[in-house]
Design a protein around this ligand. Structure first.
Ligand SMILES: Cc1cc2nc3c(=O)[nH]c(=O)nc-3n(C[C@H](O)[C@H](O)[C@H](O)COP(=O)(O)O)c2cc1C
Length: 418
């Protein structure tokens, strides 16, 4: 039995977690028709059985207009009973459960929402492609109400925590970033103004939510490219989040429409992504331009640790460390550095029992190869690790074999380039 501090209970705001592990929000794709499926419940139950302190349901939109995918959840009272079933199943296995709430902004998909996407500023987002319109005061006021309603629904559905998504180039992050925020009003220009939407949302939800519920916020330490938020603004973002009464900040980085691999590092297997896409034109576009639109960034374990450390040093609330926390060695290093909570996505996508396996010393490192097959698959269906997939069509098996012959460039890298 491993006796690392990581496996001991800890307080996260009002919550007592049985250990310091959190399943990071990683879009499951298990909500076809925007409904909670049995697969989603089974998956998070398995994570709870596998020992995580808290699991997170990913990427739920606060309203229909913020959806990116047809298989994504949006918060509405009609799904309360199924959310209650989900939270009860996780609680039965001794874990806490959180839900990530956000809005896609210029990453929302009109064919899914039926309405034109809204964003900090209009223009074109080539990554969609989408042609969002700039939000007016009325949109902002109604968005704040939607965040509050979503948090209240999460509370009534039995969630222990909510995680507001303020990173990765989605709507709140689009306001924070000078790359996407070209506004001339009180919500644009200097950082003081760009952070205003985030502040108002966080203040509204903190005031409305029950005290027994924890508030986490996922944010960017850096957008991952020059012209986005600076590292200094990353620190200011974290301080603002703390000042709004959050219980913890999840330090991440990257921008889906500009530096997507900064979020998770490694290489996107674009052939596999194209394989799963149904629309012929998109399939072709991804095959031809995917590599240049989604440039690889080398992976190394604990890739946000340095950035998260400088943020932790200027905060009184805990930082949740995420990003390649794939071995007990790196986890223990983080514990020695004073981090209290560790979140993981791919290690737990590969193996829902990863936490128990580390504690029981059956393994000391995840067998996830950072091939990012799970990410490629997520856009069109349910996430899965290719190492666990069974009965795959021959054409897909060939593509997986080719991907492995590439030799996992992510793992070969000695250090992060940026
Ligand atoms: C398949 C997949 C889906 C993801 N979806 C989300 C998401 O919905 N929301 C989010 O904040 N981050 C998302 N992420 C990023 C992860 O939460 C995490 O920050 C990142 O993968 C680095 O952690 P890891 O090295 O443990 O995978 C996703 C990552 C993966 C691999």
């Amino acid at each position: 039995m491993n006796n690392s501090l990581f496996f001991t209970p800890a307080k996260l705001g009002p919550l007592q977690l049985r250990n310091r592990s959190i399943r990071a929000a990683a879009f499951e794709g298990m909500t076809p028709g925007h409904e909670v499926s049995d697969a989603l419940i089974s998956y998070h139950t398995a994570l709870a059985q596998g020992g995580v302190g808290m699991t997170t349901i990913a990427y739920a939109s606060v309203n229909k207009g913020g959806l990116s995918f047809p298989h994504q959840l949006y918060m509405r009272k009609e799904i309360k009973a199924s959310l209650q079933k989900l939270t009860a199943a996780v609680h039965k296995e001794g874990a806490a459960v959180s839900i990530q709430l956000g809005h896609g902004g210029n990453m929302a998909n009109r064919t899914v929402t039926g309405i034109r996407p809204v964003a900090a500023s209009g223009g074109i987002n080539w990554y969609g492609p989408t042609f969002p319109r700039s939000m007016v005061t009325h949109d902002i006021e109604s968005l704040k109400k939607d965040f509050v309603q979503a948090v209240l629904l999460a509370a009534e559905s039995g969630f222990d925590a909510v995680e507001i998504h303020a990173g990765h180039g989605y709507l709140i992050s689009q306001f924070l970033s000078p790359y996407t925020n070209k506004r001339k009003d009180l919500y644009g220009g200097k950082f003081e103004n760009r952070k205003r939407l985030m502040t108002e949302i966080l203040q509204s939800v903190r005031e409305a939510m029950p005290e027994k519920m924890a508030l986490l916020v996922k944010m960017n330490c850096w957008d991952g490219f020059e012209g986005g938020i600076t590292r200094e603004e990353g620190i200011l973002t974290a301080k603002e989040i703390a000042a709004c009464g959050a219980d913890a900040v999840v330090v991440s980085g990257g921008f889906v429409s500009r530096a997507p691999m900064y979020v998770m590092r490694g290489k996107m297997p674009v052939d596999i992504m194209a394989y799963f896409i149904k629309e012929a034109w998109k399939k072709m576009f991804v095959s031809w331009f995917g590599e240049s639109l989604i440039p690889a960034i080398p992976f190394h374990e604990g890739f946000f640790m340095e950035a998260a450390k400088s943020i932790q040093n200027s905060l009184s609330i805990p930082v949740v460390l995420v990003g390649g926390m794939n071995s007990i060695e790196t986890i223990n290093k983080a514990m020695e550095e004073g981090f209290q909570f560790i979140a993981m996505a791919r290690a737990l996508i590969h193996n829902t029992n990863f936490i128990n396996d580390l504690r029981n010393e059956t393994i000391n490192r995840s067998e996830c190869t950072i091939c990012n097959y799970c990410v490629a698959k997520m856009y069109s269906g349910q996430i899965a690790c290719h190492l666990n997939e069974k009965n795959l069509p021959a054409a897909l098996q060939e593509k997986i074999a080719a991907m492995q012959m590439n030799g996992h460039p992510a793992l070969k890298a000695k250090s992060a380039a940026i």
